[in-house]
Design a protein around this ligand. Structure first.
Ligand SMILES: Cc1cc2nc3c(=O)[nH]c(=O)nc-3n(C[C@H](O)[C@H](O)[C@H](O)COP(=O)(O)O)c2cc1C
Ligand code: SF4
Ligand code: SF4
Length: 263
């Protein structure tokens, strides 16, 4: 079973490649926590690096996974550059649950958070140059049930950034806001959100052409930016910046429909 957490498709694309090569099913993390996975002999976790660590939502969901202590567990971190402490954090968390992380690696991909800093993630396609080679290596290693870790040395800065105050500040900085003038209530963001944290409100608001419903973002945002990058009206904004269509990013092998979670 390959379990992924993905806002803009990097993790989904990689999870799918691995799953296909290993003939394993794939499942979003938010669904995996409500399944009993103790019969699974091989578990892959594919999640991004946020602020040099594990996304807060992933950290909250991992302890809810029901896994077999004998399972071969591996992790792959697709990141813009630095996985930071994210694998250290996973290893510690699994150990606390009586589980062992056998193998880990990172893959460099475009940084979807560039949009928050007025940069274009689509300008980072060069990061895919080593994508296929790294993926082949990971798949071969996991097929052989290798025990190896390829992660950076533990970082004090990454640890400090995961302190509750810093994390709260980060979540505030990256918090998406729905621009009510632009939103048409189509509900795409609600189906993309890996936290199921968006609803299209029942409340109707008047418009010059009639009335419309609006997307409402709930309290469980983990700042994955999936809604920002997927909104067809560019109605989800961060940092007070308008979202530009040409800066919206999705992994090139992933379609919007692939990111839509089933209800
Ligand atoms: C809030 C946030 C923080 C991020 N922090 C980092 C980071 O510290 N290091 C890094 O290499 N990439 C960072 N990224 C980039 C993501 O790890 C990368 O784009 C990832 O592949 C996104 O996966 P997804 O497309 O499956 O959502 C960050 C992205 C977001 C949204
Ligand atoms: S995807 Fe955009 S337009 Fe559609 S409901 Fe969400 S914010 Fe509104
Ligand atoms: S509300 Fe948007 S940014 Fe927050 S978790 Fe959901 S999709 Fe990601």
């Amino acid at each position: 079973m390959i379990i992924y957490f993905s806002g803009t498709g990097n993790c989904l694309a990689i999870a799918r490649h691995i799953a296909q090569a290993l003939d394993e099913p794939v499942m979003p993390l938010v669904n995996a926590v409500s399944n009993d996975l103790t019969a699974e002999k091989r578990i892959g976790l594919v999640y991004p690096s946020y602020d040099f660590n594990m996304p807060p939502a992933v950290r909250n969901l991992i302890p809810r996974l029901r896994l077999n202590p004998q399972a071969y567990i591996f992790a792959v971190i697709p990141c813009g550059a630095q996985a930071g402490n994210s694998i250290w954090t996973l290893r510690r968390m699994l150990r606390e649950q009586g589980l062992t992380l056998a193998y880990s690696h990172k893959i460099r991909v475009p940084d979807n958070s560039a949009i928050v800093f007025s940069r274009n993630p689509n300008d980072q396609q060069w990061k895919f140059q080593r994508f296929d080679g790294r993926l082949r290596q990971i798949i071969a290693d996991v097929k052989d049930a290798r025990h190896a870790h390829h992660f950076s040395t533990w970082s004090l800065i990454a640890w400090l950034m995961a302190r509750p105050r810093m994390e709260a500040w980060m979540l505030r900085t990256f918090r998406p806001v729905v621009n009510e003038d632009k939103c048409i209530g189509c509900g795409i963001c609600a189906r993309v959100c890996p936290m199921r944290n968006i609803v299209v409100s029942d409340r109707e608001v008047p418009t010059p052409d009639g009335r419309k419903h609006l997307a409402a973002i709930g309290p469980h945002c983990t700042a994955c930016l999936g809604c920002v990058h997927s909104c067809p009206q560019q109605a989800v904004e961060v940092n007070g910046l308008p979202t530009l269509k040409d800066r919206q990013y999705r992994h090139p092998q992933v379609l919007l429909k692939d990111l839509l979670l089933r209800r």
